[in-house]
Design a protein around this ligand. Structure first.
Ligand code: HEM
Ligand code: NAG
Ligand code: NAG
Length: 324
């Protein structure tokens, strides 16, 4: 009887530990107990040096997970014989934060050699970036393994662009198991960070070929943006706040901006002009707690896309290249 009870207890605790397939919350509990602290310190130190880096790390995680699943494929550098994802259209001269992950990985290797995957480090770093920016926290189940390859073509086709309609963006999310609500919620990541002028310039000068500005763009924001993004090619890479009110604070101002026609990207403002999503935008603009809760839940979904576990993939020594 006593034995049967222990078996039951064991089974119950196992199913509690298993979050998604083989991922679990205590994966490195004994093999790398300081992992959470090391990642937290690394992100904190990077943010002290560069306020924008939190946003960049969050986006790096998103761009990893949308291509071949969360497998750190985006971290693989190009070589003479290998074309990775870093030069794909949505990534090139745009995603950043590689050195931060490399530095954290080096610290983790010193503490627990060949134990922790780069993809788990990136997943934890994205969470810390949100937390240290004032956003919500969530539990990250661990045990993802690093991929052995990358997919340049998928990076060019699977990642959403700010130039496509909501239906196309939704389709790209659906392809990785995310729904319309996830699109609205995860777009809230644009509450932190910056975007280059070319990603929204058409809204200032020639919206949908009309030769006119986007009617859903607040006129005072538009005039500030025109000053930063004059209608010449050389302004294309100038940077502007995705959330002009609290650029580096993770809050619900992004949604308030959308309600006020002050979203930066066309793909942002569309969430307010499309009747399918406007009510969600309004809810999040009024309820920061609801946004935090839903954002945490959607981030867990994002971090579990197509993960490699068990004996598949590997634990990379260096995040920029496969071991052999
Ligand atoms: C819904 C479709 C999305 C589109 C079309 C989109 C598009 C963009 C674009 C064009 C930029 C500016 C890039 C540049 O100028 O170099 C950007 C930045 C950013 N995106 Fe998104 N994004 C989307 C969803 C997401 C999601 C799901 C996340 C994370 C959960 C995210 C996080 C970020 C962050 C944090 C930045 C600022 C990065 C920095 O300052 O380094 N985005 N996004
Ligand atoms: C500090 O941030 C800048 C800008 O991102 C970066 O170029 C530099 O390498 C960072 N320095 C350290 C020590 O992380
Ligand atoms: C949206 O998707 C449709 C169907 O896949 C495609 O034909 C169209 O070119 C896409 N639009 C944009 C702006 O990417």
């Amino acid at each position: 009887m006593h034995q049967i009870n222990s078996v039951v207890v064991l089974l119950v605790s196992c199913s509690f530990l298993l979050a998604n397939g083989q991922l679990n919350y205590y994966y490195y509990y004994s093999s790398c107990p300081n992992l959470p602290m090391i990642v937290q310190y690394g992100v904190w130190a990077a943010m002290k040096n560069d306020t924008r880096i939190a946003a960049s790390l969050l986006r790096l995680h998103f761009h990893d997970c949308f291509v071949n699943g969360c497998d750190a494929s985006i971290l693989l550098d190009d070589t003479k014989t290998f074309k990775g994802e870093q030069n794909a259209g949505p990534n090139s001269n745009s995603v950043r934060g590689f050195e931060v992950i490399d530095n954290i990985k080096a610290d983790v290797e010193r503490a627990c050699p060949l134990t922790v995957s780069c993809v788990d480090i990136l997943t934890l770093a994205a969470r810390e970036a949100v937390v240290l920016s004032g956003g919500p926290s969530w539990l990250v189940a661990l045990g993802r393994r690093d991929g052995l390859t990358a997919n340049l073509k998928a990076a060019n086709t699977n990642l959403p662009t700010p130039f496509e309609p909501l239906a196309n963006i939704t389709a790209k999310f659906a392809a990785v198991g995310l729904d319309l609500k996830d699109v609205v919620v995860l777009s809230g990541a644009h509450t932190i960070g910056l975007a280059q002028c070319f990603t929204f310039k058409h809204r200032l000068y020639n919206f949908k070929g009309t030769g006119q500005p986007d009617p859903n763009l607040d006129s005072s924001l538009a005039s500030n943006l025109k000053a930063s993004c004059p209608n010449v090619d050389k302004s294309n890479t100038n940077l502007n706040s995705l959330d002009v009110v609290t650029t580096y604070k993770f809050d619900n101002a992004y949604y308030k901006n959308l309600v006020n026609n002050a979203g930066l990207l066309e793909s942002d403002q569309t969430l307010m002009s499309d009747p399918q999503t406007a009510s969600m935008v309004k809810s999040y603009s009024m309820d920061p707690y609801l946004f935090n809760m839903d954002f945490a839940a959607s981030m867990v979904k994002l971090g579990n896309i197509g993960v490699i576990t068990g004996q598949d993939g590997e634990i990379r020594k260096k995040c920029g290249k496969v071991n052999r």
